[in-house]
Design a protein around this ligand. Structure first.
Ligand SMILES: [Fe+2]
Ligand SMILES: [Fe+2]
Length: 147
């Protein structure tokens, strides 16, 4: 399996999670409930972002620099994480809910950009052998649950 296929498969799980959060967020009345949902999203998203940075963006770094996207890419991961962490400091359910929906929207935009431009670019720039070697490393980490 190519690394891009593995990452897209992970995206599929997140798209379902984003739909669920957007559908249920208006009905979450307490701050604790919203913080729990944000914590779940943060805990599942972080390993995805880390593996993406290590097994896909780093091998592409020399090309990303040319396109001026590296900073932007890391920046978006950090920005999403910062918003999710901010929720844990929120004092009201209303503020936390707004931040949660803001984080989901930022995730959707980020994922969309990866699927429409970053992953196809990686498939053009990296050799088929490299893509499958990185895919094997992704599988090894998944099996070892070391991330
Ligand atoms: Fe990402
Ligand atoms: Fe991603």
């Amino acid at each position: 399996m190519k690394i891009t296929e593995a990452l897209i498969a992970e995206h599929g799980v997140f798209h379902g999670l984003f739909d669920y959060i957007e559908r249920t967020a208006p009905g979450l009345k307490t701050l604790a409930e919203i913080k729990a949902v944000a914590g779940l999203l943060d805990a599942t998203l972080k390993p995805h972002s880390r593996v993406e940075e290590e097994l896909f963006i780093e091998p592409l770094d020399h090309c990303m620099d040319q396109l001026g996207q590296t900073q932007n890419f890391h920046g978006e991961h950090e920005e999403i994480e910062a918003t999710l962490e901010e929720i844990q400091q929120s004092k009201t359910a209303k503020a936390a809910r707004m931040l949660l929906l803001k984080a989901v929207l930022a995730c959707r935009r980020h994922f969309d950009k990866e699927e429409r431009s970053v992953f196809p670019m990686g498939e053009r720039l990296l050799k088929a052998k490299t893509l499958s070697t990185l895919g094997s490393e992704w599988q090894r980490r998944r099996e070892a649950a070391s991330w």
